[in-house]
Design a binder for this molecule. Structure first.
Ligand code: SF4
Length: 443
């Protein structure tokens, strides 16, 4: 077999869902390029891979629609290979359904089968449709990857989740928690920094429980500190954290090391203890508030962001008011807000007390209105201050200005020379909007 058996052929990958999927797609691209494929658009591709997301059923339906639309391309090009991977195909019934409904799909692979991709691809080009369930769940070390952003690198520190929040499909799609060896992580971060990355994001579904099952016990704060003590001009952030595992040691590490971004994304999901219990989150609103107070006491200017789900089964008006109270007390810098949506295969899907759409939307609107006012006020308070920003590229909305991110991951726009892309700059905030800041580079 030649070293690059598919030289001269083209690939197209479409990624749905979270940052973990984006990172997996970088590895998939690396595997394809190692085999000789080059990137192209969907119409010129010899192989199309969809890396799917299973978090929401509505998103899953849309992805199925997009898979269905590939039939026309397959009709025009009988040799086209189509692979469907990611969280959807990690659920056995969905993988089976995709195989049955879309017979033109050449192969499916779950999140634990990345290292098997070269064989699956070769089999598919030889006309063999691989049987389902060929997963190892092993940690994909030593796999190539093509990073999509030259200045910001995602580095997975662990895979899977053991928490079984009742609304979440992740423990079923990504399996139980497996942590990578610290040395492998440090090697990958060093290589990314040497390759020009200025910002490293350590990724995991619940990074705070990193280290379970490692031959030598290492906690996440220890890992974070080791990463931050590597040589080079870079900063490091992490996501996602779980409040039940966030520790004083984490906040102390963040406070002690200037390379660790002073940004804590800590999903709270609800301000009602009753709802938190039904979600199986295993902390109370009071515990969450005490964590944030501790973190803020140790880390001045800490940026705190979170996730909230409204309309969880059984959520009463009183429960929802408790969520608004928590928002008023914490004053998050920004929030990811979601309306609960049923996800087959999770415990919440069979819970009583579904919230009707009208009520859920009305609560969502109230939540967003409150948060917008807080975000705007917090941003306005930054006017006149100087922040260290990483210039990430041209603004997506106005190519005449550059986009940059603060340590707290706030989006900033600035008029500056293109040569600053990929560099840290000190910039004064000159005006504020709800979702972004305008900044001016200081000499
Ligand atoms: S912590 Fe909960 S919400 Fe997050 S991935 Fe694990 S089960 Fe899902």
């Amino acid at each position: 077999m030649p070293e690059k058996p598919f030289e001269g052929r083209f690939y197209y990958i479409e990624t749905f869902g979270c940052q973990q999927n984006e990172r997996d797609s970088e590895i998939i691209a690396g595997i394809l390029e190692d085999l000789g494929f080059l990137p192209s658009d969907v119409f010129s591709a010899d192989i199309i891979i969809f890396n799917t997301c299973a978090v929401r059923e509505t998103a899953e339906e849309k992805i199925k629609g997009k898979i269905g639309a590939l039939k026309a391309l397959k009709y025009k090009n009988k040799d086209l290979v189509i692979g469907i991977g990611g969280c959807m195909t990690a659920v056995e019934e969905t993988a089976e359904e995709i195989y049955k409904t879309f017979p033109f799909v050449s192969f499916v692979f779950g999140t634990g089968a990345l290292e098997k991709l070269p064989r699956l691809i070769k089999d598919a080009f030889n006309g063999r449709r691989t049987p389902l369930g060929d997963e190892s769940g092993e940690i994909p070390e030593e796999l190539p990857s093509v990073r999509r952003d030259p200045y910001r690198a995602d580095v997975s520190v662990m895979y899977g989740c053991d928490n079984f929040c009742t609304y979440c499909i992740v423990p079923y799609t990504r399996g139980r928690e497996r942590s990578r060896l610290p040395d492998e992580i440090l090697k990958e971060v060093s290589a990314a920094v040497k390759g020009g990355a200025k910002e490293i994001t350590l990724l995991g579904q619940n990074v705070n429980s990193y280290g379970k099952g490692l031959p030598e016990k290492t906690s996440f704060p220890e890992l974070l500190s080791s990463v931050a003590s590597l040589e080079g001009d870079f900063r490091v952030r992490f996501m996602t954290s779980h409040p039940k595992d966030a520790s004083d040691a984490l906040f102390e590490a963040m406070a002690a090391n200037p390379k660790i971004c002073k940004h804590l994304h800590l999903p709270v999901q609800s301000g009602s203890d009753r709802v938190l219990k039904a979600m199986n989150r295993r902390y109370t609103a009071a515990h969450y508030i005490s964590l944030i107070k501790k973190a803020r006491a140790l880390i001045p200017d800490l940026v705190v962001t979170s996730d909230i789900i409204v309309g969880f089964p059984g959520e009463t008006e009183e429960d929802f008011e408790e969520t608004l109270d928590l928002l008023r007390e914490i004053r998050f810098d920004s929030l990811f807000t979601f309306i609960y949506s049923v996800r087959r295969g999770t415990r919440a899907a069979t819970m009583e007390g579904k919230i009707d759409e009208k009520t859920a939307h009305a609560r969502f609107d109230r939540l967003v209105a409150l948060q917008n006012a807080v975000s705007r006020a917090e941003n306005e308070a930054l006017v006149g201050k100087t922040l260290r920003l990483l210039v990430t590229g041209k603004s997506e909305t106005d190519p005449a200005v550059l986009a940059a991110r603060s340590e707290g991951n706030r989006l900033c726009h600035l008029k500056a020379d293109l040569s600053l892309i990929g560099k840290f700059v000190n910039a004064e905030i000159i005006s504020a909007k709800t979702w972004s800041l305008e900044a001016s580079v200081r000499p």
